[in-house]
Design a protein around this ligand. Structure first.
Ligand SMILES: [Zn+2]
Length: 170
């Protein structure tokens, strides 16, 4: 969406509240598609003398991708601060800075950039999945940590753990 900053430009130095939803297009990160729920951008913005706009926002969204370990669907909460200067009339091809022209700031690129910044190093379907070996060649769909190991029944270890907690010898 576009943020109309015309009021702020008339009142430099005055802080204006912002609380909007911004859709974020799916992004390819290291060859993997990451999808996002609509992001919430909440905070304030302020025009400075000369027309640059200072934004002080927090972006929150949920990112969806595949577990880095077992490829099951995984998601991650993203919460990322956005403290940026949006430059009036800067070079729009300069990827180092955010720019705008006229009286409207495009929040899409801003939200996209910071949503990607807030992604985890690896998506995991659940805590602990990272502790398992990467893949069993014979069956790539199933994380090894969820598979029954030879000679072990699934609940045997749990049962033993419980009885140890009870202080009983088996
Ligand atoms: Zn997993």
């Amino acid at each position: 969406m576009k943020l109309d900053v015309s009021r702020a430009l008339k009142l430099p130095g005055e802080s204006f509240p912002l609380d909007v939803e911004q859709a974020i297009a799916p992004q390819m990160i290291s060859g993997e598609e990451v999808r996002f729920d609509p992001a919430r951008l909440k905070g304030t913005y302020m025009a400075l003398e000369g027309g640059n706009i200072a934004v002080d926002l927090e972006l929150t969204t949920t990112a969806h991708a595949r577990c880095a370990n077992c490829l099951a669907p995984a998601q991650s909460e993203v919460r990322e601060p956005i403290e940026e200067l949006i430059h009036l009339g800067g070079d729009p091809d300069d990827s180092e800075i955010f720019t705008y022209t006229g009286q409207e700031i495009d929040l899409e690129r801003l939200a996209e950039s910071f949503a990607v910044l807030g992604l985890p190093m690896r998506f995991l379907c659940r805590e602990g999945c990272s502790e398992a070996p990467a893949y069993d060649d014979a069956d790539v769909d199933v994380c090894l940590c969820q598979k029954e190991l030879p000679g072990q029944r699934p609940f045997a270890a749990l049962k033993q753990l419980l009885s140890e907690e009870d202080g009983e010898e088996r």
